[in-house]
Design a protein around this ligand. Structure first.
Ligand code: HEM
Length: 356
């Protein structure tokens, strides 16, 4: 409230003043601004806790009244207003906020500040928010009281509500507890664990214990029949390395004698005739190509008889059934005779006549 308002109020009281109150009029209309400014922003209840009338003078619009004449001002109608019921005097309960000198408050402040130092971020915000809301309501009740600092906010809460404990300071949830490893990294205990497979699954994944291979699970590895090796003992000089050395020779003659230099067009009937009998080489077809397998027979790890099972016909099925991992072309590339054509291929040559 500005000075004009004070003047109006003084005029109001002057108009209602009783005779003999001229002194009050003269005093109230001549306040000294320095005194008002020095008293208004600071709560005076602490300095004069027993002078309820003075507190009212500070909180009321008559606050600018001359302090030195308060005794005489009580004799004015304003003094009768100072006899207002205790609620008016209860307004300076704000003194509790300002008076932070009790031991309990000091202890609470110390604890809160200590926790704030330990958790400088989240707890400070919480304390400020609660204290700010409280101080805002109080400052509204006071009127022109200055806004205290955040530290004052924190202290105001326990003062205003002494019976209430200070607000709990939340702990940051992200902070891991010391000396406690993440649960996901802990090894599964022997007891209950979510990582353990259910008994049924464990049983299904369990390998057969006995040599009999009996297992009730469909996922258990079935017993693989360990077949006896059918490899034969090769004659000296017929090892895979010897075959490799022979195929590396450009003039190895592995295709067979009497063949034209280019690929021969072989009909199924011709292939059938080349069965390795009667002094003829054994030919076999594989993926549309015809190979002379007679030179490879003494080098075949499975024996000559096994290899000649495919003589005069296609060997793809037998080959795939026994050893699909074997590189056919890498071993028999130099033995390539020609390509397999239809029986009535017009370009099929009479290879037998040529070989004769
Ligand atoms: C055409 C019919 C063929 C039959 C019936 C046959 C059969 C066999 C058999 C029974 C074995 C012994 C498997 C074992 O017990 O370890 C064997 C091994 C072998 N055969 Fe044949 N084979 C044939 C064709 C061929 C051909 C055309 C080649 C070469 C291109 C070849 C290359 C081999 C090799 C390299 C092994 C040794 C495999 C190993 O060490 O595991 N076989 N073959």
């Amino acid at each position: 409230m500005g000075w004009p308002g004070v003047g109006n109020l003084a005029g109001y009281f002057f108009s209602r003043s009783q005779p003999g109150s001229d002194l009050t009029l003269s005093d109230s209309t001549s306040p000294t601004p320095p005194d008002f400014k020095s008293e208004s922003p600071l709560p005076s209840s602490d300095a004069h806790p027993a002078e309820g009338s003075r507190e009212h003078a500070v909180g009321s619009p008559n606050g600018p009244a001359e302090e030195t004449d308060l005794e005489s001002a009580q004799s004015t109608p304003k003094a009768s207003a100072s006899n207002a019921p205790p609620p008016v005097l209860a307004v300076p309960t704000l003194s509790l906020n300002d008076d932070a000198s009790t031991e309990n408050d000091n202890v609470a402040r110390t604890e809160i500040e200590a926790k704030d130092q330990a958790h400088p971020q989240a707890p400070t915000t919480t304390s400020l928010s609660s204290g700010a809301s409280n101080a805002t309501s109080q400052s509204t009740a006071r009127g022109p009281l200055p806004v205290p600092e955040p530290s004052t906010f924190r202290i105001a809460t326990p003062n205003t509500l002494p019976s209430m404990p200070p607000p709990p300071i939340p702990r940051p949830r992200q902070t891991p507890l010391p000396n406690r490893a993440p649960p996901t990294l802990q090894p599964p205990r022997s007891g209950a664990s979510s990582l353990r497979t259910p008994p049924s699954a464990a049983a299904s994944l369990r390998a057969p214990v006995t040599s009999s291979g009996l297992s009730s699970s469909t996922l258990a590895p079935t017993t693989v029949k360990k077949q006896a090796s059918r490899k034969v003992i090769l004659e000296p000089g017929y090892s895979p390395l010897d075959w490799a050395a022979r195929t590396s020779n450009p003039n190895n003659g592995l295709r067979g004698a009497g063949l034209p230099p280019g690929l021969v067009r072989v009909t199924p009937s011709l292939l059938k005739m080349q069965n390795g009998r009667k002094g003829r080489d054994a030919w076999t077809s594989y993926q549309g190509k015809v190979y002379n397998i007679s030179p490879y027979a003494p080098y075949h790890p499975g024996g000559k008889g096994e290899l000649l099972r495919g003589a005069g016909k296609d060997s793809a099925q037998l080959f795939a059934e026994i050893h699909p991992w074997v590189n056919w072309e890498g071993i028999l590339g130099e033995c390539l005779v020609g390509i397999l054509v239809s029986e009535h291929d017009p370009q099929a040559e009479n290879v037998l006549d040529a070989m004769d």
